[in-house]
Design a protein around this ligand. Structure first.
Ligand SMILES: Cc1cc2nc3c(=O)[nH]c(=O)nc-3n(C[C@H](O)[C@H](O)[C@H](O)COP(=O)(O)OP(=O)(O)OC[C@H]3O[C@@H](n4cnc5c(N)ncnc54)[C@H](O)[C@@H]3O)c2cc1C
Length: 373
């Protein structure tokens, strides 16, 4: 067992929320920070559309220029086939903030992590936190293990769960996830032999079992994702290529985009349920980003929200270590108020689609009541 130097704040999970938090602490305080990330950012990362409102946040984190130099793809149109069989397009020319972007998602997450290291944070890649012990006098002793089997011990005054929707650390500390649906995304990456014309447009298209999202990615593939509930997926075996393709054939615009292409990898299934932790902050720990609250991808409250949440928690922790705990005291109630607003917005989006009100997927979205997963 190797003893590493101790830090003020250990962040488990190096996604957008964890790295935005770490960067805020590195740039705006003298607090020391370590990010522990289980991958080397070479896994398949889903979730790539961001709006231009991300840019001021990236500016705050001193990474806007790096982001703009990274050749993420501008996206000018968001189109929806929702509530009608016709397509409605919203051009970014009508958005004051300008166009959004389709990210090279792995590269984006890795860039943020590199900047944490660049600004003096410790970065443990391909490393998991195996155990965490809360010390009697306050703080934590963590047992880390990297993928070569090497173990490290890390001491921290404060622990942050930024592990994403699974909220692994917070749940180990006794928090419960209150979930409002069983949404999953079944994602296919599609390649084309010929030089198909690639409109810089996102298309969302509803079907009776859920809805499709499709976009051309910066690497030239088309991503097509079916969002449905996990029980519907299992009953109809929609995670299998044949049934997924049959469902794709039920669409009009998404099907046309995918025509002539073939899947690059097997389909990937990602959980996408809406949830809030009943207790996202405790003694010397808290949860941030998707770990604390996560939203339906339809709401566009994904990466941008995770980064904003990382920045806000950074400010709250700086205040906490300056012995002014107001923001942390209000943390849970702010999360709850925000989540309540989100639930109403989610219902109003789904209510626009009235063609399948008898179908279970759409019926379930008319309620604001939690379900058990
Ligand atoms: C199907 C789908 C489509 C989506 N599409 C979009 C989209 O188009 N636009 C958008 O803005 N958002 C989208 N999202 C949401 C978006 O991906 C998330 O909101 C965002 O990634 C949350 O960031 P985070 O840092 O909180 O969590 P994550 O991005 O999940 O990051 C968590 C990190 O923690 C690491 N980790 C997990 N467990 C451990 C552990 N035990 N030890 C160490 N590290 C660990 C993971 O490897 C990961 O790097 C989508 C989500 C889904 C499911």
């Amino acid at each position: 067992m190797q003893l590493t130097e101790s830090v003020d704040i250990a962040i488990i999970g190096g996604g957008p929320a964890g790295t935005a938090l770490a960067l805020t602490l590195c740039l705006y305080s003298k607090l020391t920070v370590a990010v522990i990330e289980r991958t080397a950012y070479n896994d398949i990362r889903i979730g790539e559309h961001v709006s231009a409102s991300l840019l001021p946040l990236l500016d705050y984190l001193h990474v806007k220029d790096l982001f703009l130099a990274d050749n993420h793809l501008p996206v000018y149109n968001v189109a929806a086939v929702w509530g009608t069989s016709f397509i409605h397009t919203r051009n970014s020319i009508f958005n004051q903030m300008g166009e959004g972007y389709l990210l090279k998602r792995g590269e984006f997450d890795a860039m943020l992590a590199e900047q944490v290291f660049h600004h003096g944070g410790q970065l443990y890649l391909q490393t998991k936190c195996e155990e965490g012990e809360q010390l009697a006098g306050g703080g934590w002793q963590l047992s880390l293990c990297d993928n070569s089997g090497q173990r490290h011990r890390l001491e921290a005054r404060y622990l942050v769960d930024a592990t994403g929707r699974q909220a692994k650390i917070a749940k180990r500390l006794g928090a419960n996830s209150v979930t409002y649906d069983r949404l999953v995304g079944i994602c296919g990456l599609i390649d084309f032999q010929d030089n198909k014309s690639k409109a810089e447009e996102i298309i969302v298209e509803s079907v009776s079992e859920g809805w499709w999202y499709s976009a051309w990615l910066p690497d030239g593939y088309l991503i097509a994702t079916l969002m449905t509930d996990v029980d519907i997926m299992q009953q109809q075996r929609l995670h299998k290529e044949q049934a997924w393709s049959r469902m794709l054939a039920k669409t009009n615009y998404t099907r046309q985009r995918a025509a002539g292409g073939s899947l690059v990898y097997p389909l990937t299934v990602k959980t996408a349920y809406s949830h809030i932790l009943d207790c996202a902050v405790g003694d010397d720990w808290l949860a941030v980003g998707d770990a604390a609250t996560a939203f339906d991808p339809l709401s566009s409250m994904g990466i941008g929200h995770a980064i904003a949440s990382g920045c806000n928690v950074g400010v709250a922790l700086i205040e906490h270590f300056n012995h002014q705990g107001r923001l942390l005291v209000e943390y849970q109630s702010r999360l709850e108020a925000n989540f309540e607003t989100y639930l109403k917005m989610r219902r109003s989006y789904y209510e626009i689609e009235t063609r399948w009100t008898q179908a279970p997927f759409w019926q379930r979205r008319a309620t604001l009541i939690p379900c058990s997963v």
